[in-house]
Design a protein around this ligand. Structure first.
Ligand code: I3P
Length: 126
């Protein structure tokens, strides 16, 4: 009864702090504003929180919705043009939302890139 299925889409695959900037909303460009975010990756989506303790609090608060990225059909690519920072990749969703994610720590950002890319590759394209 207590077995957690690996098919469960709520299982957390990876979580941690990254620098995040949303640069487009539904295809509309936004002013870039980097902020530190607690990022939670599950099979189908990523959620962005301000702090690591917020996901637990969110479970207790019906109606609380973190910023959320649907990974179905999303694209992920490294970019050196969209920021002066190093180690930046972009996620573009089907609905035209664009996010930049960054860390100065090379292995950490590489791990995130591959974890998100694997999640996207396992999902149906739409
Ligand atoms: C932006 C801010 C960002 C910077 C961006 C600036 O200025 O300095 O950190 O992006 O550069 O426009 P403001 O706070 O006045 O909006 P990076 O740190 O990623 O380089 P950009 O315009 O070249 O995107």
């Amino acid at each position: 009864a207590d077995i957690v299925s690996t098919q469960d889409h709520t299982v957390v695959e990876k979580e941690g702090y990254l620098l995040k900037a949303r640069i487009a909303d539904g295809g509309k460009k936004l002013r870039k504003n980097w902020s530190t975010s607690w990022v939670v990756l599950t099979a189908r989506k990523m959620e962005f929180y301000k702090e690591s303790k917020q996901p637990a609090l969110a479970n207790l608060k019906p109606g609380y919705k973190p910023e959320c990225v649907d990974l179905c059909g999303a694209r992920i690519e490294w970019t050196s043009e969209k920021s002066s920072r190093k180690n930046v990749f972009q996620i573009t969703t089907v609905s035209g939302n664009e996010f930049l994610l960054q860390s100065d720590i090379d292995f950490l950002i590489l791990d995130w890139f591959h974890a998100i890319k694997n999640a996207i590759d396992r999902l149906p394209k739409e």
